[in-house]
Write a protein that binds this ligand. Structure first.
Ligand code: LMR
Length: 334
C-alpha cells in the first residue's frame, strides 16, 4: 500500500514536473522603430499583458529598431514563420500584393483621427484584413501613429520648394505618386537606412510622424521640418496565420484580450508622443520647424488631392469612395 502511494506521488510529481518544464510558446515580434515611440511602447505593453494573461505560457520577444529584420525582410520572415508577429506601416503592404492598404497613404484622406478610426474600427478595416489571409497572414489590430511632417535641408513652404529633391519614401506607389506630384524624386528605402542616407546626402529629405523623426535622430541631419499633416502613418498588427490558428483556443483568447488592451493604450498615447517629439526637435535647436499657413496649406492640398483620383485605379475606386464617405459622415468633404 505504501509502495503504491509512493508510486502515485512519484508519477504526479513527474507529470507536474513535465508540465512545469514545458517550453513556453514564443512569439517573436519584430519591428523597425525605437522602443520610445507609439508602436514601440504598444509592443512592449502587449508583451507585458500577453505574458500576464497567459501566466507565462506565452513569451513575447520584442525586437525593436530593425535589430532582427528590416522592412521587406520582416514580411518575408513572417510568411516563412521565422517570426510570428509584426506591425508594419500600412504603407508597406503593396509589395505583398495587397495594394488596397495604400488607401491610407492618400494625401488628405483623413481630415481627423476620428475619420481614421471609423475606417480602421469599421467594416473597411475588417475587409482589408480579410485580404491578408490568402497570404498566410491574419490582421489583429490597427495601431495609430500620426500625421506626417516633411523634412529636408531647405525650407519646404511652397510646392515649388520640393522641385528636384530626392525624397525617401516607404514602399508605397501612392507615396511615390505624392512625391512626384510635388516635383520631387521619390526613393524607396528601408526605415533603418534613412538616417545614414540623409546624413550622406543619398537622399535630401523625407516624411514621417515626428516621433519617428526624433527617435531616429533625423532632425540632426535635417535642417528644416514642415508641419504639414498632409498624410497619415499607422500600422497593422499581423500574425502568421498557421501559427495563430494552431494556438490552443484559451491562449488565443487571452492574446486577443491583451492585443485589445495594448491597442487602446497605444492609440491613446500616439498623439502625445508625437507632440512631445516635435517639442523635443524644437528644443534641440538643430532644426527649424515651420507650420504651413492657410494659404500654403491650400496650395499643398490643391497639388496633392489629384493623387486620390490618379491612384484610385490601383487601390480600387470603391474603397477610396468608401473612405471618403466616412469623412463625409463626419461633415468633411474633399
Ligand atoms: C517608415 O518606414 O518610415 C515607417 O514605416 C517606420 C515605422 O514603422 O513607423
Amino acid at each position: 500500500m505504501k509502495r503504491r502511494t509512493l508510486l502515485i506521488a512519484l508519477s504526479a510529481a513527474l507529470a507536474s514536473g513535465a508540465a512545469f518544464a514545458q517550453a513556453p510558446i514564443v512569439i517573436k515580434f519584430s519591428h523597425v522603430v525605437a522602443t520610445d515611440t507609439p508602436k514601440g511602447k504598444a509592443a512592449e505593453r502587449f508583451k507585458e499583458l500577453a505574458e500576464k494573461a497567459t501566466k507565462g505560457r506565452v513569451k513575447v520577444e520584442v525586437y525593436a529598431n530593425s535589430t532582427l529584420y528590416k522592412d521587406k525582410e520582416e514580411l518575408e520572415a513572417l510568411q516563412l514563420g521565422a517570426v510570428q508577429m509584426l506591425a508594419p506601416s500600412l504603407a508597406k503592404f503593396g509589395p505583398l500584393g495587397v495594394k488596397e492598404f495604400e488607401v491610407f497613404d492618400l494625401p488628405y484622406i483623413f481630415p481627423t483621427k476620428d475619420v481614421l478610426y471609423r475606417v480602421t474600427e469599421g467594416q473597411i478595416g475588417k475587409d482589408l484584413f480579410k485580404k491578408l489571409e490568402p497570404k498566410g497572414i491574419i490582421g489583429l489590430a490597427y495601431w495609430d501613429n500620426g500625421f506626417k511632417v516633411m523634412s529636408a535641408n531647405r525650407p519646404l513652404h511652397k510646392v515649388e520648394d520640393f522641385k528636384g529633391l530626392k525624397m525617401r519614401i516607404q514602399s508605397s506607389k501612392v507615396l511615390d505618386a505624392q512625391m512626384r506630384q510635388l516635383g520631387a524624386n521619390p526613393q524607396v528605402m528601408a526605415f533603418s537606412e534613412v538616417y545614414q542616407a540623409l546624413q550622406t546626402g543619398v537622399v535630401d529629405g523625407t516624411e514621417n510622424p515626428p516621433s519617428n523623426l526624433y527617435t531616429q535622430k533625423m532632425h540632426e541631419v535635417q535642417k528644416h521640418v514642415t508641419v504639414s499633416n498632409h498624410g497619415y502613418l499607422g500600422y497593422a498588427v499581423i500574425v502568421n496565420k498557421k501559427f495563430w490558428e494552431g494556438l490552443p483556443a484559451d491562449i488565443r483568447t487571452a492574446l486577443d484580450g491583451a492585443m485589445k488592451e495594448a491597442t487602446r493604450y497605444g492609440n491613446a498615447i500616439a498623439q502625445q508622443e508625437n507632440d512631445a517629439a516635435l517639442e523635443a526637435v524644437k528644443k534641440s535647436g538643430k532644426t527649424e520647424i515651420y507650420v504651413l499657413n492657410d494659404k500654403e496649406r491650400a496650395e499643398w492640398r490643391k497639388a496633392l488631392l489629384p493623387v486620390q483620383t490618379s491612384m484610385a485605379g490601383r487601390i480600387g475606386p470603391d474603397l477610396v469612395n468608401a473612405v471618403n464617405k466616412e469623412a463625409a459622415a463626419l461633415g468633411f468633404k474633399n
